[in-house]
Design a protein around this ligand. Structure first.
Ligand SMILES: NC(=O)c1ccc[n+]([C@@H]2O[C@H](COP(=O)([O-])OP(=O)(O)OC[C@H]3O[C@@H](n4cnc5c(N)ncnc54)[C@H](O)[C@@H]3O)[C@@H](O)[C@H]2O)c1
Ligand SMILES: [Zn+2]
Ligand SMILES: [Zn+2]
Length: 395
């Protein structure tokens, strides 16, 4: 039973320093909580921002991780939804379920789940929801790259897994599948569109398949890592290597000079620093604390989007973005959509799509490991070594 033993977990100690430590087991702290024994957890591209030390308000000793599924081993007295033994997927967003935002389905905007909301308000004006394992500014919650995790508001977030679906088939419902799906959903596809997607990491891969599910005729996927481009092609996308071609020129050529109907940024703030002149400048500015982000991909996505098209941003940014071509956007009527994913909104629908066999998100897994191997695999994933696209750990 949790509470007695000391569990293993991946713990942040500083930039490039994540270790597998023994830590105290989580306990029920609130009657709506549940404790989950983690069957499978994953490393997300967002975790790389922690590894690279660019997310403020991390403290040495913080347990990381926000994608997990597992088995309920303990429930709080007020939690009537879950019982011991249930197999569940846990969204990375922590949401109360009955505030102004949760009632609208904007779960990642929950105004009750971040106990440190004043920290976020100072930087962003208003606070989003709390997240698992993602800094004190976003709640200071322990993450799920661990043997056990405490799930707050566990009568809202976790969803039971139907029989017949494997752990790996449902694990990515916690984050990257809803995120990629939302990115495509934002594009307002009616059928027949061309969608350009920057980034063929795990989120980009989910966005590519979701764009096709939602009716896109063509997907142009952009990256430079060969096995990631190959995985994109396997889904039916056309690909572009940003180190080999001029992305803008090539998208112009492939869309008869009109631009893509929708552009998805699935890269975010850590865009390849060698991709272009502006990305080199971004790199210098962030390295010298003259800037907070490296928004090269967002700039390019705006330029490549057709008049009155949609720019859908799911790659994460942190602060004040420089040199965004807003003139291009306003004069050409672009629509911007973006969010940390309100996972709970998409989860039931996407569980059904998996059950019906429309998609099996486990296609993206390249590495299976133990928690002890986690720190090494963080680096393998960051450096895109050994063909690594997605790491799943079984504690
Ligand atoms: N909005 C959300 O709720 C949410 C959820 C999960 C992840 N994310 C974010 O999504 C982003 C991607 O996550 P991931 O797990 O796929 O990570 P990842 O780091 O594995 O993927 C990023 C990909 O972008 C590629 N890339 C870098 N520079 C590029 C450029 N100039 N043009 C095209 N491609 C470029 C990289 O080669 C890499 O394959 C991250 O910023 C992550 O924080 C957001
Ligand atoms: Zn994530
Ligand atoms: Zn709420």
């Amino acid at each position: 039973m949790p509470g007695d033993i000391r569990m293993r977990a991946l713990v942040w100690h500083g930039k490039s320093d994540i270790r597998c430590d023994n830590v105290p087991d989580p306990k029920i702290e609130h009657p709506r909580d549940a404790i989950i024994k983690v069957n499978a957890c994953a490393i997300c591209g967002s975790d790389l921002h922690l590894l690279n030390g660019i997310i403020p308000s991390m403290e040495s000793g913080d347990i990381v991780g926000h994608e997990c599924m597992g088995e309920v081993v303990e429930v709080g007295s007020e939690n009537t939804k879950l019982k011991v033994g249930d197999r569940v997927v846990v969204p990375f967003t922590i949401s109360c379920g009955n505030c102004f935002f949760c009632l609208k389905g904007a779960f990642s905007g929950c105004e009750r789940s971040n106990p440190n909301k004043e920290m976020a308000e100072k930087v962003w004006g208003h606070s989003p929801s709390g997240l698992f394992g993602y800094s004190h500014m976003l709640g200071g919650y322990s993450g799920s790259q661990a043997e056990y995790v405490r799930v707050p508001y566990a009568d809202v977030g976790p969803i039971k897994v139907p029989e017949g679906l494997s752990d790996e088939q449902v694990l990515f419902l916690s984050d990257i599948f809803p995120t990629g799906y939302m990115a495509a959903d934002f594009c307002d596809l009616k059928g027949g569109e061309t969608v350009a997607i920057w980034g063929c990491g795990p989120v980009g891969q989910m966005a590519i398949r979701s764009a096709f599910l939602l009716g896109a005729e063509r997907v142009i996927a952009i990256d430079t890592v060969p096995e990631r481009l190959a995985m994109a092609r396997a889904a039916g996308a056309e690909t572009l290597d940003f180190h080999e071609v001029d992305v803008y020129e090539e998208i112009q050529n492939r869309t008869k000079g009109r631009g893509a109907d929708a552009c998805i940024d699935a890269v975010g703030t850590e865009a390849d620093a060698t991709a272009s002149f502006d990305s080199i400048i971004d790199r210098i500015k962030t390295a010298t604390f003259m800037g907070t982000d490296r928004p090269h991909v967002l700039r390019q996505a705006i330029h490549c989007c057709r008049n009155f098209g949609v720019v859908s941003v799911v790659g994460v940014y942190g602060g004040m973005l420089d040199k965004i071509p807003f003139g291009s956007a306003i004069n050409r009527g672009l629509t911007f959509r973006m969010a940390q994913t309100p996972v709970q909104k998409y989860l039931p629908l996407l569980m059904k799509r998996i059950e019906k066999g429309e998609i099996d998100p486990s296609f993206v897994i390249t590495h299976r490991a133990t928690l002890e191997e986690g720190p090494e695999l963080y680096k393998t994933f960051r450096d895109k070594k050994d063909g690594c696209i997605k790491v799943v750990m079984k504690p």
